[in-house]
Design a protein around this ligand. Structure first.
Ligand SMILES: [Zn+2]
Length: 528
């Protein structure tokens, strides 16, 4: 696309853009201009020319750049090999449903650098089919330089130029698979080399606004819809990285009834993509402004939350509550009668109260463990979803030449004895088989497992008394059904996972890798 457009430097830091008719309407043209601004170039004029003329001019400019005569030689004036390689790698990753691309280059052996390129697909890292070899080291390094030098979004970069000596961060906005995506780039200096990670947000997921498409169970959806209707209180989404908690939170905010009659705001740092549509005022965290002093000190996040409260809002959502200042601003917003959503980096809903009232964050239990403050806590995780075409029952494993090791035998025994799951509907994955459906990976996507906790008065009382374990046990005793029943009332995310195992949606050994099935404590409820 860049050969349809070029920037010509007419004097130092002054450019004109030349572009053909098709390039003019292409989002890449806006990207080019934004990057030019990011480099401090001043755009004097935009001239539309025929395609062939643009190409000629672009080539002249490239030649000048290569001779070092152009001041901004790192701007991608025309297609080059590294740029093409990046585009191909990312298009391939999108096609394979990858969420991350990992590139590791180790230089401990100068002649044969060790190169590993992996794609995270359905939660697991898989090797790229042909880039993991010493010969790819130089082109990949060049590609990374192009990424950081020219592809990144203006102002998103942690440093002005690429360096392998430090860890660097930036966002990259590209058209991939037909949609515009904002990717996150993070590099790491590691021993003997570097690791580069490019995270690809799933725009296909965020196009839908339907809560049901996130795969919560009907009992959980019922609770979430009630909570979305509630006019005040905090809704906390817990999860570790890559668990879909932000997507779920955004989706729930968009499902606020009568959203068009409300002022809904999201606090973002920075604003990325276009996921929230037009129902939401998207507000960037105000960095760099003079500190207003007071409670928030120089915490820009907390300050922006307080700005928001003066702006007559009904519902807001923000990112992670990670420190005292953010928590205190969030607390103030909820206590003044707003509806607020936030995330916590935790593996369980029941860790939320101890975390919020712990030393690091320090909201008092009296404040957080009340019906007025806390509406719901959701905790979730994404598990690889089995391919329905090539997965098999563990009972027929020997027919396929699969034998189980001791740990796997224990897992299957626990599944039957502790959770009372019958193995005939359970499925396990096979890999490397000739399956069109999953391309031999054994999994086709990732699927949610979750716990949705809407606390009652007794739980709040237990929490206020510091009896966290009792509160959890009390909630788990509200379980109404056996583990192979879709009703998820009182079931933890792990137990939701057991249900998914019982119907062959996820592999018991994947759940066993989260916590061994034989270690997991079941809270007995009556005869269940
Ligand atoms: Zn398959």
């Amino acid at each position: 696309m860049q050969s349809r457009m070029a920037l010509l430097e007419i004097e130092l830091n002054h450019v004109i853009a030349v572009v053909d008719e098709e390039g003019l309407d292409h989002p890449e043209f806006d990207n080019l201009l934004a990057r030019a601004r990011g480099f401090g170039l001043s755009l004097q004029d935009t001239i539309e020319l025929p395609y062939s003329r643009v190409q000629q001019l672009a080539q002249c400019e490239l030649a000048a750049a290569e001779e070092g005569r152009s001041a901004k030689s790192s701007l991608p004036l025309v297609d080059n090999h590294a740029d093409k390689m990046l585009k191909e790698l990312l298009e391939y990753a999108v096609k394979e449903r990858a969420t991350d691309v990992h590139i590791k280059i180790l230089d401990d052996n100068q002649e044969h650098p060790s190169v590993k390129v992996q794609l995270r697909i359905d939660g697991r890292l898989r090797p790229h089919p042909y880039l993991s070899n010493a010969g790819s080291a130089a082109p990949l390094r060049k590609m990374i330089q192009v990424v950081y030098g020219a592809r990144i979004d203006a102002g998103s970069n942690s440093e002005s130029g690429h360096s392998d000596a430090i860890n660097q961060y930036a966002t990259i906005t590209l058209v991939l698979g037909g949609t515009t995506r904002t990717l996150r780039y993070q590099s790491f200096k590691i021993q003997h080399g570097n690791r580069y990670v490019i995270r690809i947000p799933d725009e296909r997921e965020s196009e839908s606004t339907d809560l049901a498409s996130l795969h919560y169970m009907p009992t959980q959806l019922g609770l979430l819809r009630k909570v979305a209707r509630q006019k005040y209180g905090a809704v906390l989404f817990c999860g570790t990285v890559n668990t879909g908690k932000t997507t779920s939170m955004q989706r729930m905010v968009l499902n606020t009834p009568h959203a068009e009659e409300l002022h809904i705001a999201s606090l973002e740092d920075p604003i990325e993509g276009h996921i929230m549509g037009h129902k939401v005022s998207r507000i960037a965290i105000q960095r760099g402004a003079e500190g207003k002093g007071g409670k928030d000190g120089n915490n820009p996040f907390a300050r922006t939350v307080r700005d928001l409260l003066r702006g007559d809002i009904d519902v807001f959502y923000m990112g992670e509550i990670r420190d005292r200042e953010t928590a205190s601003a969030f607390e103030a917003a909820i206590q003044t009668g707003h509806k607020g959503y936030a995330t916590l980096h935790l593996g369980s809903a029941f860790s939320a109260i101890p975390r919020l009232s712990g030393r690091e964050i320090g909201i008092s239990r009296e404040s957080v463990a009340t019906e007025d403050f806390l509406a719901a806590i959701i905790s979730q995780r994404l598990m690889p979803r089995l391919c329905s075409k090539c997965s098999i029952s563990p009972l027929e494993a020997t027919n396929f030449g699969i034998s189980f090791d001791q740990e796997q035998k224990e897992a299957l025994a626990a599944l039957q004895q502790k959770f009372k799951i019958k193995l005939d509907t359970v499925r396990i994955r096979r890999t490397g088989v000739d399956c069109q459906h999953c391309k031999g990976t054994g999994t086709v996507d990732r699927i949610l497992i979750a716990e949705v906790v809407v606390p009652d008065a007794h739980m709040f009382k237990l929490w206020r008394e510091g009896r966290d374990a009792d509160a959890k046990e009390y909630w788990r005793k509200t379980r109404k059904t056996p583990f192979d029943d879709p009703d998820c009332s009182g079931k933890t995310a792990y137990e939701h996972g057991i249900y998914r195992v019982s119907v062959g949606e996820i592999d018991p050994f994947d759940l066993d890798a989260v916590i061994p099935l034989s270690f997991y404590d079941v809270v007995p409820v009556g005869d269940l």
